[in-house]
Design a protein around this ligand. Structure first.
Ligand SMILES: Nc1ncnc2c1ncn2[C@@H]1O[C@H](COP(=O)(O)OP(=O)(O)OP(=O)(O)O)[C@@H](O)[C@H]1O
Ligand SMILES: [Mg+2]
Length: 343
């Protein structure tokens, strides 16, 4: 079963073909992030115009690469071998989403293939299913930690998700980005650069200069806006150089994410922890979760860094494990109603 997926929720235009939800055959990602660096944040109108500019070349390249990979004789043969389409339907910037959804709907009608709608956040979790998902046992706790979201979810099985808690204000990724900006490290998407800068700190140990918000509360919620303000006050006082302040900040975020996640893991007695979203590329977070899950005898799954941020591989994977049978049955029953909930 081969699914061609399209992802266009923000500033990445991505397309991928994945076999049986686990085998990545091709993945193409174009990004407009350099344009948003200039303005210090995403301008939605610019992002959607870039989606429009990138969508055709990305689709073309995907089919070409897929053809090369599978040794097909031409585009027609490549298209014929694809069983279904999938597309991100939200959350995201509406102008960006519309480009991907419109492209997917058009291809679905032209190629007469079912189209499966996928939630972007559920997609992030499914980045763990590409490769070898055989070790993942349910129920599992999922930590989704991205640019726009920080959520803890109990996954009882495919399509059976229970929301446990999430951020009351800023997402962890957003907090990384805003602090990186305050420190003059990056004007846009500064998480990875801040983390790199923190490695330059030569001081031994962590002074715990910043708060660990909501750790004293018996819930699975987070709050990062106060932490961001605490860093700003500290920087404004001009007391310390950037690398060690960055490390102190990063440690505070990692401590909170690790503690709340392990609380959920222990309270629900799960044997698997799945992590997804851009911030899961953070090496300090990966190390901390590895240490704690090893202690607890829990299997930890974190995607390789390139699959942590937005791409279409995990969209195809989520589609396969959730709605593919329903979509195939629907198109068999009524070929003109082949766009699940999207018509
Ligand atoms: N190594 C890293 N350390 C910390 N943060 C990181 C790292 N790498 C990426 N990030 C952060 O990940 C975020 C981007 O992740 P992602 O692409 O999943 O978010 P998004 O798609 O914009 O948001 P959402 O998925 O919530 O819609 C940014 O905030 C970025 O700074
Ligand atoms: Mg994302």
């Amino acid at each position: 079963m081969k699914i061609l997926a399209i992802e266009s929720s923000c500033d990445e235009t991505a397309c991928a073909v994945v076999e049986d939800g686990v085998k990545e055959l091709v993945s193409v990602v174009a990004s407009s992030k350099d344009f948003h660096e200039k303005t210090g944040g995403v301008v939605p109108e610019v992002a959607s115009r870039k989606q429009l500019e990138f969508i055709f070349p990305v689709l073309e390249r995907t089919i070409e690469d897929y053809c090369e990979k599978t040794g097909c004789s031409g585009k027609e043969q490549a298209i014929a071998s694809i069983d279904a389409l999938a597309v991100t339907v939200g959350p995201g910037l509406i102008g960006s989403l519309v480009v991907g959804v419109t492209a997917a709907k058009t291809l679905s009608m032209a190629w007469k293939k079912p189209l499966i709608p996928v939630n972007h956040l559920v997609g992030h979790i499914y980045a763990n299913f590409t490769g070898n998902p055989s070790g993942i046992t349910f129920p599992a706790v999922c930590l989704l930690v991205s640019g726009g979201h920080t959520d803890l979810v109990l996954m009882k099985g495919h399509g059976d998700l229970v929301y446990l808690g999430g951020t009351m204000d800023d997402a962890a990724g957003e907090c990384f980005d805003k602090v990186a900006r305050m420190m003059g490290i990056s004007r846009y998407l500064g998480g990875a650069l801040l983390s790199k800068k923190a490695l330059e700190c030569k001081e031994q140990g962590v002074a715990k200069l910043f708060p660990r918000p909501m750790l004293d509360q018996d819930n699975y919620d987070f709050s990062f806006s106060g932490l961001k303000t605490a860093v700003k006050r500290y920087l404004d006082s001009g007391e310390r150089e950037v690398p060690c302040t960055a490390r102190e900040f990063e440690e505070a975020v990692v401590d909170v994410l690790t503690a709340k996640t392990m609380k959920a893991v222990n309270n629900f007695g799960v044997k698997s922890l799945l992590v997804g979203g851009g911030v899961s590329a953070n090496s300090r977070l990966r190390k901390s979760l590895k240490k704690e899950t090893e202690k607890a005898g829990v299997s930890l799954f974190i995607p390789e860094p390139r699959l942590c941020t937005d791409n279409a591989v995990y969209i195809a994977s989520a589609a396969y494990f959730n709605n593919v049978t329903k979509a195939l049955n629907e198109i068999k029953a009524e070929p003109s109603l082949n766009i699940m909930g999207l018509v």
